[in-house]
Design a protein around this ligand. Structure first.
Ligand SMILES: Cc1ncc(COP(=O)(O)O)c(C=O)c1O
Length: 467
């Protein structure tokens, strides 16, 4: 147990008391430990959206009161996002979009790669969203990892110096969605800038849990670009943002063209608007921007240092408990005394229970939501599991043949601000039972998806929600 009781942030959130069915016929609260995927909404977000919808209308160039108010709200949301990450409106722009994936794809299409300086240096620990868009755009080098899955900074240094005049951009995650490791982004920024490269930090995982400070562009350790996703920040209304150097978006054609991106169009000419409008083709998701800003306001009220403190206490307590469960392995760093440079994201393996089965039992019998599999980070999982190239090839062949029954992977438990010590106890108790084979259901696997479902029990979602 932590030395001092933790604050209870559950009252700030929607839906935590909703009852869900368990396989034994009882009902109970859902224990959501899948926050690295998406987070539940804050009440403050719902309130802001409700208040805003009364006035909601078209933005930009609408002349009526509601249009002007909507434009005001949208631009205010942009300012709130920029202030939250330490961006300067003179140097940076904030481009709203759907999520981090869209933001990184945009940057990959808009980044001014020069044929002589076109390498992106990324790492083998990235989410696919910070890897595949770069592979589609330009040559990519993946920095190696240490055996326990951290970025190998010696290899980073070596790659950077070997390709010093060819690296255009370093693209790294702020925090891993698999191990929760936090990368030393400012130190790495300093090294990237020293060879004339820019730096993107994928903050999809980092932003809900730690303070971001992009720093002024003349600071050697500034961050040139960052991305965030609102659905991981307690504001699931379909918004994300790319925040970064304005100058990069002031020249070149936008990656997506259409309404809202132009100053003037004739039949044979186009003058693009200044960023961010130039980069936000079509009508924007104004409600999503308002929701994100409201979530940020709430996180700021709690304080990002308190967020970090609360989640570090949960992580410490979880790691202390997990090491007592026989036949359970925590991947990555499992040291409870080192929770400062990691998030509350814990990858777990049970010796005798496949990850898909363990996740199913957790869900059906214990009401616990986790994720299992490779978490959109296949190279990283293969590295952590120590699979050889031949073994990885075999996995690929089986998947291509439509068989995921032996898909390698892990179970992932990830904490958010509203989680409690009781949630961790629920997880520890469930894993301890499962590891001893103490579960009730009989499960059958779908070979195509790899997922397990209990025999003779079916959920009827229509009892809970209908449109
Ligand atoms: C580290 C990281 N980067 C990128 C993404 C992609 O985010 P989104 O699905 O919001 O685009 C995720 C999502 O899990 C992530 O964890």
């Amino acid at each position: 147990m932590p030395n001092q009781p933790l604050n209870d942030y559950r009252p700030l959130f929607i839906g935590l008391d909703a009852l869900i069915p368990f396989m034994d016929g009882t009902c109970g609260c859902y224990t959501n430990l899948d926050n690295a995927a998406s987070t539940p909404p804050l009440k403050a977000v719902q309130q802001a959206v409700d208040d805003f919808l009364v006035y909601y209308s078209s933005v930009h160039r609408g002349t009526g009161f509601k249009s002007q108010l909507s434009t005001y709200a949208y631009e205010q949301a942009r300012q709130i996002v920029m202030r939250f990450v330490g961006a300067d409106p003179m140097e940076h722009t904030c481009i709203f979009g759907k999520n981090t994936t869209e933001a990184i794809n945009k940057l990959a299409r808009r980044f001014p790669f020069d044929p002589k300086r076109n390498i992106v240096l990324t790492s083998a620990m990235e989410h696919h969203s910070n890897d595949l868009p770069w592979r589609a755009a330009t040559p990519v080098i993946h920095v190696r990892l240490t055996p326990d899955g951290r970025l190998d900074e010696d290899d980073f240094d070596a790659q950077l110096s070997m390709h010093a005049d060819k690296v255009a951009l370093v693209a790294l995650t702020g925090a891993s969605n698999v191990t929760g490791y936090i990368n030393p982004i400012h130190r790495l920024a300093g090294k990237a800038h020293a060879v004339g490269a820019l730096l993107l930090v994928d903050c999809a995982q980092f932003a809900p849990h730690r303070k971001i400070d992009m720093l002024p562009l003349d600071h050697p350790e500034h961050l040139d670009f960052i991305t965030i996703s609102a659905h991981k920040m307690y504001a699931p209304f379909g918004t994300g943002a790319l925040i970064g150097r304005k100058d990069i978006f002031e020249s070149g054609d936008p990656d997506m063209t259409g309404g809202g991106t132009v100053e003037i169009v004739t039949l044979d000419s186009v003058v693009w608007s200044a960023p961010p409008e130039r980069e936000e083709a079509g009508s924007p998701n104004t409600v999503g921007a308002v929701a994100l800003a409201a979530a940020i306001r709430q996180l700021e009220t709690v304080g990002m240092s308190e967020v970090a403190h609360h989640e570090a206490a949960l992580t410490r307590y979880a790691l202390e408990g997990l090491c007592h469960i026989q036949g359970l392995k925590v991947f990555g760093d499992n040291d409870p005394s080192k929770t400062e440079d990691r998030l509350g994201v814990i990858p777990i393996q049970l010796d005798h229970v496949p990850h898909f089965l363990a996740a199913a039992i957790l869900g059906y019998e214990f009401g616990i939501g986790v994720r299992s599999g490779c978490f959109c980070a296949h190279p990283y999982i293969l590295h952590l599991l120590g699979l050889s190239k031949e073994e990885a090839d075999e996995v690929r062949h089986r998947i291509m043949a439509g068989d995921r029954s032996e898909m390698p992977g892990l179970i992932r438990a990830s904490f958010g601000l509203y989680n409690t010590i009781e949630d961790v106890d629920t997880l520890l108790d469930a894993l301890s039972h499962i590891s001893k084979g103490e579960y009730k259901g009989k499960y059958v696997q779908d070979r195509a998806t790899g997922e397990y479902s209990p025999v003779g029990w079916q959920l009827d979602f229509a009892d809970y929600f209908n449109l």
